[in-house]
Design a protein around this ligand. Structure first.
Ligand code: NAD
Length: 499
């Protein structure tokens, strides 16, 4: 009998009442391990109304007190890191060390948000006019909502919730229905850390719950992370209902390997960034672009050997490079893409289809795959595969290599491997993507900078975490003040200027 999960509303777990459920798998065995309730419109409404009620008192607490809750939460999560990572791995399929990274990268944004007393300081202009002072303050929006993907079930909810609540908002999280247990546990830990009930509610669900969030009168802002078509839908629907939105989508991240690059270093980087977490990362490298034929030939030789040696294991196998994919559908989708690549004429050097893990034959395991001679007109180049599949696109020269990521419809991350500082600097300035790595394959910015892709990888103008997150979760109020001085100027009918 599968375990039944709940929602988390008003500081406690509550059973679903809609009667609709989704299956949560154990990707290692292929079995259903839990049923997650899928919220109805009424359940979402109840959660957002509860969050709106809780927000007023929370916003009235001074920012230092709010920061202390975050500090306590950090401690509780560190104490529970092992079990959080194991819970995460058991539903997602990523390995336990990688799951710890998922939690840790989320906590780093909590650390950033704990600086909220400083981050909320406004601006002040003394004597902007005679006897006039102008100042601005950053005030919370009210209730913010987050809709998050399966692939980082700790990190992305924390990237959104921590700055949102630090700014004095309450937050309603609609996590992925594939791996909802860690978000639920994080909400419990927040309560243990002293967060008042209702300031963070978790509503599980699917499109019905998402649409209820997008039209809910109590929700002021929506943060979304997931695939691009849904990101665009959320962005336009949220805007049409008067909500601010930041929506991050899919990716096709390229890594350019210049002829002067340290080739062994580049191969190590490609193996980790291409196949880690079974390629289910929005910042995974899925396209390698060696520049010039000698670089391409040497790179492909080394890569082929390494991809054949990848160790695929269960999430709990300490020697595994990566674990199973998240669901049977995800496994099928990646399998189908490999077939498409073969039909399109790409050269499949290593075929990960058909990989079976002994003793775990029904798990969603797949070996690493490597394509050579992929070209920009192929679907396997244009579309996001989101699996352990790396495509090599050979570029004749630097300009062609620069054009590939720049002209791709996605613009999340990109990396260049070179020993030449001038080339690297030129590339970083000209390439049309949101995040750039120089000899760094996965350039996910640290918590106090901001994260966000361009083009179809990001809809909206403010990035996640860092200073942009404080702007996203607050509204600016500007006060122009003059105290009576006894001097009377009479009524003025012209617009005041600073002449
Ligand atoms: P997804 O788009 O299927 O789901 C994301 C969220 O949207 C989930 O909470 C889901 O319940 C909800 N959703 C799904 N279908 C919906 C619909 N029709 N209407 C409304 N809501 C819907 O994405 P996923 O498979 O969970 O995650 C993988 C995707 O997320 C990949 O494309 C990956 O690149 C992307 N991603 C992007 C970033 C980034 O920062 N750019 C980070 C992580 C993941």
């Amino acid at each position: 009998m599968a375990n039944e999960l709940e929602h988390f509303i008003g500081g406690k777990r509550v059973a679903g009442t809609s009667g609709a459920y989704g299956d949560v798998f154990d990707p290692n065995t292929g079995r259903v391990q839990s049923r997650v309730p899928l919220a109805s419109v009424e359940e979402v409404r109840a959660a957002t109304a509860n969050a709106a009620e809780a927000q007023r008192e929370w916003a009235a607490q001074n920012p230092q007190k709010r920061a202390r809750v975050l500090m306590k939460f950090l401690q509780l999560c560190q104490d529970e890191m092992d079990s959080l990572a194991r819970l995460l791995a058991s539903e997602h399929g990523k390995t336990v060390p990688d799951a710890k990274g998922d939690v840790q990268r989320g906590l780093e944004v909590v650390e950033f948000a704990a600086g909220i007393p400083h981050l909320l300081k406004g601006e002040y202009s003394e004597g902007a006019g005679t006897g006039i002072d102008v100042y601005s303050m950053r005030q919370p929006l009210g209730v913010a909502a987050g809709i998050t993907p399966f692939n980082f079930p700790a990190m992305i909810p924390l990237w959104q919730a921590a700055p949102a609540i630090a700014c004095g908002n309450s937050f309603v999280l609609k996590p992925s229905e594939r791996d909802p247990s860690v978000p639920l546990r994080l909400a419990e830990l927040f309560i243990e850390a002293g967060l008042p009930p209702g300031v963070l509610n978790v509503v599980n669900g699917d499109k019905t719950a998402v649409d209820a969030v997008l039209t809910d009168p109590d929700i002021d802002a929506v943060g979304f992370v997931g695939s691009s078509d849904i990101a665009e839908y959320i962005y336009s629907t949220a805007a049409a209902h008067g909500k601010r939105a930041q929506c991050f989508g899919g990716a096709k991240n390229h890594m350019i390997i210049m002829p002067d690059a340290d080739l062994d270093g580049a191969v190590d980087a490609l193996i980790g960034a291409g196949y880690g977490s079974a390629g289910e990362r929005c910042m995974a490298i899925s396209v390698a672009v060696p520049v010039g034929e000698p670089t391409a030939n040497a790179l492909v030789d080394k890569l082929t050997e390494r991809v054949e040696q990848l160790r695929i294991g269960t999430s709990f196998d300490e020697s595994a490079d990566f674990g199973p994919l998240v669901t049977r559908e995800a496994h099928q989708k990646v399998t189908d893409y490999i077939g498409v690549g073969v039909e399109e004429g790409a050269e499949l050097l290593v075929d990960g289809r058909g990989y079976r893990k002994e003793g775990h034959e029904d798990g969603f395991f797949m070996g690493g795959s490597l394509f050579d001679h992929v070209t920009p007109d192929m679907r396997i180049y244009q579309e996001e595969i989101f699996g352990p599949v790396l495509s090599v696109v050979r570029a004749a020269d630097y300009e062609e290599a620069l054009r590939l990521p720049s002209e791709h419809e996605y613009g999340n991350g990109v990396a260049i491997f070179t020993r030449d500082g001038d080339t690297a600097r030129e590339f970083a300035g000209r390439v049309d993507t949101g995040m750039v790595g120089i000899n760094v394959p996965i350039p996910v910015p640290i918590a106090y900078h901001t994260f966000g892709g361009w083009k179809r990888s990001g809809f909206g103008d403010l990035n996640q975490h860092g200073p942009d997150s404080i702007r996203f979760y607050t509204q600016t109020k500007t006060v122009t003040s003059r105290w009576p001085s006894g001097r009377k100027e009479g009524a003025s009918f012209s617009i005041p200027t600073m002449d």
